[in-house]
Design a protein around this ligand. Structure first.
Ligand SMILES: [Zn+2]
Length: 316
């Protein structure tokens, strides 16, 4: 028995040594950028998918400092990235992260949750997102490790347990936030955060400000409708899931891009073209957006068959 427990201790020590050496390998410094009083964004400079160069850090996070803890919206693609965020937050406040919001289930937005295990009280998301995190979490860890050649390492899967089912106002410390549903716009179950007093909108991947959005998991007509509603909220600041912090203009530009994408696929569909056949024309139709949204061509080619199915379903 005693030998067994020594073995366990040795194993956990080895794990810790391993984890800390990989932690030392994560070299990208993060810096919080203030966007309103007590509200900060942590922006990645990367416009790519997770790769060895960005060490998996390719998505944004945001946080709000309250009088009794920090509210953190999204936690990045790995435990190490979550840990680096923790250090960036500590440069701004002594308050620990007490509440986490996971915008959606894609692995670049929640795999850092476990880095806050020591202080977090509630992790908010929709039930759909929690379910997808549990069923697909391990695949995201493996996938990112392949893409980054091991830079993202192992990440414990810490799933949300507090579920948002409708538009909800929550008082956390001395701050009030509103969480609301996207209607499955960008992916099933995604949520957004609205800070009405500060007029700051934190969107997760419902907004990509200067990188082509992923549409493989989306509902584009609903997404376009939602973007119209977001314009109507007149936000002063929009913290997107990918790209630089923007404002209402970034919402409008993305709405136009999605509308153009949808119309071009619809036109191809009406001419009886397959997704594969219409792709070059769709890319041409979207050329005015190309310089502002890197990765446009690559992502249209990757996602067009899924958008085609949406257009087909909408035509019945
Ligand atoms: Zn993302």
């Amino acid at each position: 028995m005693r030998k067994f427990s020594i073995l366990i201790t040795l194993c956990s020590l080895l794990f810790l040594i391993n984890a800390s050496s990989a932690l030392a390998d994560f070299t990208l410094a993060m810096k919080a950028k203030q966007v309103a009083p007590d509200v900060y964004a942590i922006e990645t400079p990367s416009r790519a998918l997770p790769n060895p160069e960005n060490q998996g850090w390719n998505s944004n996070a945001a946080f709000v400092v309250t009088d009794s803890g920090v509210i953190l919206f999204d936690t990045g693609s790995s435990f190490f990235i979550g840990f680096a965020m923790k250090k960036a937050i500590a440069q701004v406040t002594d308050q620990p992260v007490r509440w986490i919001i996971n915008s959606h289930a894609h692995g670049d937005h929640w795999l850092g949750n476990a880095a806050f295990k020591d202080s977090v009280k509630d992790i908010y998301a929709t039930e759909q997102v929690a379910k997808n995190i549990k069923s697909e979490g391990k695949n995201w860890v493996d996938n990112f490790n392949t893409l980054t050649k091991g830079a993202t390492g192992e990440s414990e899967i810490l799933a949300p347990k507090t579920f948002i089912t409708e538009r909800t106002k929550i008082k956390l410390g001395d701050k009030e936030i509103t969480l609301f549903l996207s209607g499955d716009s960008h992916s099933p179950g995604d949520i957004l955060m609205w800070l009405a007093n500060e007029k700051v909108l934190v969107t997760g991947d419902v907004i990509y400000s200067d990188r082509m959005p992923s549409t493989f998991d989306s509902n584009i007509p609903q997404w376009i409708k939602l973007l119209g509603e977001l314009e109507g909220m007149k936000p002063n600041v929009v913290v997107p899931g990918h790209g630089v912090v923007t404002d209402k203009q970034g919402v409008t530009r993305l709405k136009n891009l999605l509308q153009t994408f949808w119309s071009a696929v619809e036109a191809g569909y009406e001419e009886d073209k397959s997704a594969y056949e219409m792709a070059p024309e769709v890319i041409v139709a979207m050329s005015e957006f190309k310089s502002h949204y890197p990765g446009l061509e690559e992502k249209v080619q990757r996602d067009i068959s899924k958008v085609y199915l949406q257009v087909e379903a909408a035509s019945f």
